[in-house]
Design a protein around this ligand. Structure first.
Ligand code: SAH
Length: 342
């Protein structure tokens, strides 16, 4: 069955025309879906009974049910959503002063195989559709009763490996008549699929690009992230420069610090050399050790020294607060044990 949330407004207008309806009906449906956030066609009371029945037959509303909900001491909420085909995905709400951020998943499983990430080793099942990405936000808003003001594609999956659906989802999320979240409040995080970064730069969306860099030499990066063999650091940074030139947006580099691996001052120096002159920001993440993982968290002292070195040498760097670690919801912790509902 078709998913009503897979359509942006113009496509939905086409759909309605095909049903013999006037296009403005699409606007009404959009209001019900994204302003009122109703869970059934029956609640769309300004549509005729006839049309509501037709919609009911042709489309699913794709309402996710919550299989599990965990709340952290710091307010972070992790949801396990039933995606209605026997699979489940995780999304995480993080509460900041500036509003609520939702960390969304883009795929069920991941193909990238980053050695430090808990999603590694989970069989890749399938891409999420754009409607399933959008629904994560709606379901979180319905449950919390609060608005999601920022969306980060940092849950399970590699967003740029599901390019078309992710871009379509971003357009629905961003549409003032859709979820109306500003593009600047949407971040796409990638392990570095270079051709897709060039493509994203052409989309004319002002979203933030986050790059999971994590190392300054190809040898070290390839050991952590196999994707680096296909797209080494020089090519990755070239693509970022293109993204900055085309969008005028600051790129964010994520760098997870692992003890005795990538956290000493030599690494910081090399990072400054690589990023010097780029319109960018570095997000330092204390690495979360995963089960049987070989990377341990750096000491707080090292992390702060690393940050200070970058800041003193012209690279803006901040340390990411660890939210939700007590419920396995922190960076890279979304994992198999709760991924499958079986
Ligand atoms: N596939 C995308 C988005 C998902 S991961 C990407 O690679 O960017 C979101 C962020 O969490 C990435 O920066 C990723 O490198 C980081 N991450 C994954 N596992 C982690 C861990 N164990 N500790 C800290 N950060 C981790």
């Amino acid at each position: 069955m078709k998913n009503i949330k897979d359509y942006n407004l113009d496509d939905l207008k086409e759909e309605l025309k095909n049903l013999g309806e006037k296009p403005y009906r699409a606007e009404q449906i959009f209001k019900w879906l994204y302003d009122e956030k109703v869970r059934s066609f029956d609640e769309m009371t300004n549509l005729s009974k006839d049309l509501r029945e037709k919609l009911e037959q042709e489309y699913t509303m794709c309402n996710f049910n919550i299989l599990k909900k965990q709340q952290s001491k710091d307010g972070t909420i992790k949801y396990l959503f039933d995606v209605l085909d026997g699979n489940a995905i995780e999304s995480v709400v993080m509460k900041y002063h500036h509003g609520n951020t939702l960390c969304v998943s883009s795929q069920i499983g991941c193909k990238m195989g980053c050695k430090f990430c808990a999603s590694t080793g989970i069989a890749f099942i399938r891409n999420l559709t754009s409607g399933e990405i959008v629904e994560q936000i709606i379901a979180a808003e319905q449950d919390t009763g609060e608005k999601i003001s920022n969306v980060v594609f940092m849950g399970i999956g590699e967003p740029l490996d599901n390019y078309d659906n992710v871009v379509k989802a971003i357009r629905i999320i961003n549409n003032p008549k859709g979820l109306n979240i500003g593009a600047r409040h949407i971040s796409v995080s990638t392990s570095g699929l270079v051709p897709m970064i060039y493509k994203l730069a052409e989309e004319n969306i002002q979203c933030t690009l986050s790059i999971s860099l994590h190392a300054t030499t190809n040898e070290k990066r390839s050991a952590m992230m196999p994707v680096n063999d296909a797209y080494p650091i020089e090519e990755l940074l070239q693509a970022c420069k293109d993204y900055i030139a085309k969008t005028n947006r600051r790129v964010s580099f994520e760098y997870a610090l692992a003890k005795d691996n990538n956290d000493n001052l030599e690494d910081a120096k090399a990072l400054v050399k690589l990023l010097k002159g780029m319109l960018c920001h570095v997000n330092l993440i204390p690495i979360n050790k995963i089960e049987n993982g070989k990377y341990d968290k750096s000491s707080n002292e090292n992390i702060m020294k690393f940050r200070d070195y970058l800041n003193e040498h012209g690279i803006v760097a901040t340390i990411r607060r660890e939210l939700g670690s007590d419920i396995d919801a922190a960076c890279g912790q979304l994992r198999r044990k709760s991924l499958n509902s079986q």
